[in-house]
Unconditional design. Structure first.
Lengths: 260, 161, 787
């Protein structure tokens, strides 16, 4: 690692101030950032830890929705249970030790194309709350490792509406155990949402054809034989684009089946 | 350099660290607690697992500065006060749950965290929990068996004694 | 009732206490006063010409002690290869130079170009980034067939081609083999890949060089399976240090699996730099660095053909293999695809005619050498796959076909130059069938199918040659070293014993199992005996631990030394008892005169040896310390039969291991608990090879699997509990313990049964799949089902 200064503010305002320096970077749980720094692929002058900001911690249940502090670790989301599918997803990110450090805000800010959380945020129609604004998930994810966040903008919380039914199915890449394909299906008051991670070169996306089919008939049968176009799907050592496209169909059907 | 202070295995420990100093480095280099091992650089192998404020974490993927003020428990603090092996350590010895010993500190610390939350895990729960702890020697057979034994379960019926 | 001590007992491992409490002493735990740290600047291209290296800016960076490049090693020996293979025309293999730091060219991603010694690791790395290297990238050769094609870019300009050797075995019988294929009733052909593997011991490699100007003595602390081998190779061939001025210490080592046998550039560098810098120099590999600097394993591409007569007897076998050597010849690399592979092609079968052809190829990849099993897994995989394929083609039961062709009479001289001393292949197959409930398989398959899954059962046999190795034989075959081992038994005045052994324990539990043997022989408690290993200044010259050789070779040396101790102790006892030494019996630590009640205890005799007041000084020397070197008369031949049951999810291609069973014949067994553990670990690695692990380069020689993010290591949830049985025991006839060795069996024996099971499952689902290459990853299995 290149060296950097470390700061640990206790308020969002102080964190924002510390991130004013253009070479400063926010540190969530560090489970992605620290391995990146070890490879010397980033060289921030200052790391601003968000772990000391109490207002960004914890989960509150507002009845129709829950609000998850941006610095809440995966283990806490996993044990919460207010939205079972979300807790199940969080409980299968990385491994137990990673889940004790990694945060929802960190994951969403990074927007790794194979991460689990983006599919939940998009699938559930969550709202990303930052120090300056609220961003609908549909507007937030802008392609692989790319989001609507501005420089120095911090995810302070994520507001997640409770679905009528939801399920996440993850097919793991055998080495990293990230999602080779992960599909989050949610039946919401506004219709069915199907969000896919791991598969696309554009990062997490909504599979609109599946949503349309499921809005007509919320059953796995409605998706029989369906798969997204393999063009634009990731192809790597662990699977061709055709395989990923196929898996999207399989995982979506399994998620729908698990919803009912 | 800035100073960090933490309670490590029940004792106060302080040291000067850089921003980039990892908790694993602080333990191994500053405190000479070399039982915590580093087996990878992508936060996967789990040889470095310690407990910070009672939670299992990968000490190679946590800055020492982040543990300032925390309570840290490592493999060196696991044995009983008289030096004898604790229940988990004893089960690993009894059931040959280690060979080269390099992953073992992480395995023991992960087991301790598992059993705290789930005192009688099933075989499947154990295997799932060990996702972040890689062992190259044992094929995991005797590790899983050791953990079942440590949780007081009868392992006599497990294949291949 | 199992024994509670001595040979055949399973005492708890004594080394566990330090490992379980964080008190192990691994190489990276060692810090020498005043040490500096080295960072290697490694090539990021697979093949390139170095036009210039400018270290001036780097040398001025904070903390830099000294920067080294290839120029600093001119005139100093390169890394030696320990085995010379002679090709089928009687010519020696092509053997390129292997410099410590690159000279003129880089030949694989990770090839070290320069080394920065600095006050801290990070300062060394900072400075390494400031080194300016002018590299002209050259086309890389990665694929072996392409490397051998006309006009291919040469990895080594001074060699005639990328062909290291073209080895035919046994070349004289090739016409007979070919003729048998002409007349065969059935020929089964299979083309397969035994993929490149990375050994991945959990402890990355570490080297610390230390030098004393006052005494001119060098010390190297290193993560090695064989400190004396490193001392010999590095001292004599690389750095020219007299062996008595060089101490090599391999303390607790966190797994080896072959890749810590070899002498590496980093070891030589740290030893060299410690003197050049006049301070200790430490290198700790990161895992990422390990992927591009530890010798890899396997990487064979093979065509195998099996000829059968009308009664399904195997009449001939023919193979053609390309074996990847990587960019340089690692220490034992040439022997792996030849003498550790070709000699095993008879397997468990009385196939009378066998011809093996192996072409070893240089490519712009990390060197390939022994990885757990080393040649024998490659032999077993192709043989047991082709036999299984033959059974399917002929519509006969795969177990019955194997049984029909088993070797049943021993000793058995194979047509591939080795003689099996003992074995009972029906015995291990019987034991296997006792473990697997074959009759219930149909019901289990039906249950899987009800859940939309395919189920398969695969079996295989294996034979291995281990207990490596008879020196005179391997010398004829090209080994540049002897392969005996040694032990010194040092008895103290009060009767406790230190046994200094040439073997090295890095997970095998020697500290527990070796004392069991000595305790049994003398009849004293194991707690009175300790093993000393891993420090060339303390132990006799021995060749270390690999090739399942420790108990068979070093253990035999220990037995011989202990026999000398007992013989001398009997003479002392005879003197004390005023009897003839021929009449002295040793039992339970008591020397007695046969037929009388006169006896003296072990401790009385040892005390007399060191306080020789009443002692036959005119006949024997005082003291009680003996050394023995043991050179085996033959390899040992463990064998067994393995079975695997899998479930395949046809929608995703994911294979799940439902059960795994292993029946082995290891001859006599010293510690059943440890033996089981060795088998478990080998199976884990074999399942890893069969389903998960794959080291992949792209066409430019870039390593695509450079970390655990892409190289799939087996985890606890990838494997089941294993059923193991070693009740079938045919003791080795030529070593004093009757032992065969167990370290590699699991890794050798397990991959074919997994793949046989996957093919069985897919065929049960109506898929036209006769073979699937390893790893049978979900994407590959799915592709095979949807081709």
């Amino acid at each position: 690692m290149y060296n950097f200064d470390y700061e640990k503010p206790s308020t969002v305002a102080d964190a924002v101030a510390a991130l004013g320096d253009e070479d400063a970077q926010a540190l969530g749980g560090g489970q992605t950032l620290i391995p990146t720094l070890k490879q010397r692929l980033a060289s921030p002058t200052t790391l601003v830890s968000l772990s000391g900001i109490s207002e960004m911690q914890g989960i509150t249940d507002e009845g129709g929705s829950i609000t998850i502090g941006g610095a809440t670790v995966h283990a806490d989301v996993a044990s919460n249970g207010a939205i079972a599918a979300l807790s199940d997803l969080a409980g299968n990110i990385g491994d137990p030790a990673v889940r004790n450090r990694g945060t929802i805000g960190g994951s969403l800010a990074n927007n790794d194309p194979s991460a689990c959380y983006p599919s939940a945020a998009l699938g559930l129609g969550a709202t990303i709350v930052t120090n300056t604004r609220e961003i609908a998930a549909d507007d937030y994810f802008q392609g692989m490792f790319s989001t609507a966040l501005d420089e120095g903008e911090i995810i302070t919380a994520v507001k997640v509406p409770k679905p009528e039914a939801a399920n996440y199915q993850k097919f793991e890449q055998p080495a990293s155990r990230f999602a080779l394909v992960g599909v989050f299906v949610a039946k919401t008051s506004g219709g069915v949402r199907v969000a896919v991670t791991g598969a696309s070169e554009e990062g997490v996306f909504r599979w609109s054809e599946a949503e349309a089919a499921l809005n007509g008939n919320f059953s796995a049968d409605a998706l029989e034989g369906m798969a997204p176009d393999a063009d634009g799907m990731i192809a790597d050592l662990h699977g061709t684009s055709a395989y990923r496209a196929h898996l999207v169909g399989v995982m979506t059907r399994r998620a729908v089946a698990a919803c009912s | 350099m800035s100073q960090v202070t933490m309670t490590v295995n029940g004792k106060t420990a302080s040291g000067d660290v850089e921003g980039r100093t990892l908790l694993s480095q602080f333990l191994r280099e500053n405190l000479k607690l070399t039982g915590t091992h580093v087996g990878c650089d992508t936060s996967q192998c789990g040889a470095c697992v310690v407990h910070v404020d009672g939670k299992a974490v990968k000490s190679c993927t946590m800055l020492a500065a982040e543990a300032d003020g925390a309570t840290v428990d490592t493999i060196e603090g696991q044995a009983e006060a008289d030096g004898s092996l604790n229940t988990i350590q004893q089960a690993f010895q009894d059931h040959h749950g280690l060979q080269c010993g390099f992953c073992t500190p992480g395995m023991v610390m992960s087991t301790a965290a598992l059993l705290k939350d789930n005192p009688k895990p099933t075989e499947a729960e154990i295997r799932d929990y060990l996702e972040g702890n890689i062992c190259r020697c044992t094929g995991y057979h005797n590790i899983v068996k050791s953990i079942m034994a440590a949780s007081g379960q009868d392992v006599g019926s497990i294949a291949a004694e | 009732m199992p024994k509670d001590h001595g040979i055949g007992a399973s005492p708890k491992r004594r080394e566990d206490v330090r490992f379980l409490t964080g008190e192990g002493n691994y190489t990276d735990d060692i810090n020498v006063n005043g040490q500096a740290y080295v960072h290697f600047l490694r090539s990021d291209v697979a093949h390139g010409k170095i036009n210039g290296i400018d270290t001036s800016a780097a040398a001025a960076m904070p903390g830099v002690v000294k920067i080294f490049t290839g120029a600093d090693f001119e005139g100093i020996g390169g890394l030696p290869c320990g085995w010379q293979v002679t090709d089928k025309h009687g010519e020696p293999m092509q053997e390129p130079a292997h410099p410590v730091l690159a000279q003129g060219k880089v030949r694989h991603v990770g090839d070290p170009i320069a080394a920065v010694v600095a006050e801290s690791v990070e300062q060394a790395r900072d400075a390494a980034e400031a080194i300016e290297v002018d590299i002209e990238e050259l086309p890389a050769v990665v694929d072996m067939k392409a490397a051998l094609s006309e006009g291919a870019t040469k990895v080594h300009d001074d060699l005639t081609s990328n062909l290291c050797y073209d080895w035919g075995f046994v070349e004289e019988v090739k016409p007979d083999v070919d003729a048998a294929f002409e007349t065969a009733a059935h020929v089964t052909t299979l083309e397969l890949v035994n993929q490149r593997m990375v050994a991945n011991p959990m402890e990355p490699r570490v080297a610390i060089g230390d030098y004393s100007r006052g005494t001119d003595e060098h010390t190297l602390y290193t993560t090695s399976q064989n400190p004396h081998v490193i001392r010999l190779l590095m001292g004599a061939f690389v750095l020219g240090i007299p062996e008595h001025k060089l101490r090599v210490v391999a303390p607790d080592v966190g797994g080896g699996f072959g890749t810590k046998i070899f002498h590496y550039a980093e070891e030589a560098f740290c030893t060299f730099a410690a003197k050049a810098c006049n301070r200790p120099v430490k290198w700790t590999s990161s895992r990422s660095e390990a992927f591009m600097s530890d010798a890899h394993g396997r990487d064979h591409v093979t065509k195998i053909e099996l000829a059968l007569d009308a009664d399904n007897n195997f009449i001939a076998l023919r193979t053609d293999t390309l074996a990847n050597m990587g960019a340089y010849l690692s220490t034992f690399a040439p022997s792996v695809p030849t003498w550790l592979h070709g000699t095993l092609m008879a397997g468990n079968y009385k196939t009378p005619l066998i011809h093996v052809n192996v072409r070893a190829v240089f490519t712009n990849t990390v060197p390939v050498d022994a990885y757990r099993g080393a040649g024998r897994p490659e032999a077993t995989f192709q043989l047991e796959r082709v036999v299984d394929k033959a059974a399917r083609e002929l519509g006969v039961d795969p177990i019955a076909l194997r049984r029909q062709n088993f070797i049943t009479e021993f000793p058995y001289a194979t047509p591939v130059a080795v003689e099996y001393d003992t074995g009972d292949y029906h015995g291990t197959m019987d034991a296997l069938e006792g473990l697997i409930d074959r009759d219930g398989f149909a019901a289990r398959r039906a249950e899987s199918e009800k859940n939309g899954k395919l189920r398969g059962l695969g079996v295989n046999c294996y034979i291995e040659a281990c207990g490596i190795a008879p020196s005179n034989l391997v010398g004829q075959l090209g080994a540049r070293a002897g392969l005996y081992d040694a032990a010194t038994v040092r008895v103290t005045a009060t009767g406790s014993i230190s046994v200094m052994v040439g073997a090295h324990s890095h997970g095998q539990g020697h500290e527990t199992s070796f004392p069991q043997v000595v305790a049994e022989m003398i009849g004293i408690d194991e707690s009175q005996i300790d093993i000393v290993h891993g420090d060339s200044s303390k132990i006799p010259f021995g060749m270390g631990t690999y090739g399942s050789r420790s108990i068979a070779v070093c253990g035999s040396a220990m037995v011989r030394a202990t026999e000398k101790i007992i013989a001398k102790a009997k003479k002392i006892a005879a003197h004390l008892l005023e009897a003839s030494d021929a009449d002295i019996e040793l039992k339970d630590g008591q020397f007695s005169v046969a037929g009388t009640d006169k006896s003296v205890a072990w401790g009385d005799v040892t005390l007399a040896a060191y306080v020789p007041h009443n002692y036959p000084l005119e006949d024997i020397e005082p003291g009680l310390e003996e050394t023995a070197f043991y050179d085996p008369a033959n390899f040992t031949y463990p064998s067994g039969a393995y079975a695997c049951e899998v479930e395949v999810d046809p929608e995703t291609g994911k294979v799940t291991i439902e059960s795994f069973a292993a029946a082995d014949d290891f001859g006599n067994i010293i510690n059943p608990m440890i033996v089981d553990g060795q088998v478990h670990g080998g199976i884990g690695q074999g399942i890893g090879q069969a389903l998960l692990e794959n080291c992949v380069y792209d066409e430019n020689g870039q390593l695509m699997t450079g970390s655990y993010m892409d190289y799939a290591m087996p985890r606890a949830d990838d494997v089941p509990f294993y059923a193991v049985d070693h009740s079938s025991q045919t003791p080795c006839t030529h070593n004093p313990l009757g032992v065969k060795g167990c370290g590699e069996a699991g890794a050798i024996g397990s991959p074919p049964s997994v793949i046989n099971a996957v093919v069985d499952a897919l065929q049960s689902g109506g898929h036209d799949v006769t073979h699937i290459d390893m790893p049978a990853s979900p994407s590959r299995v799915w592709a095979a089902m949807n081709k």
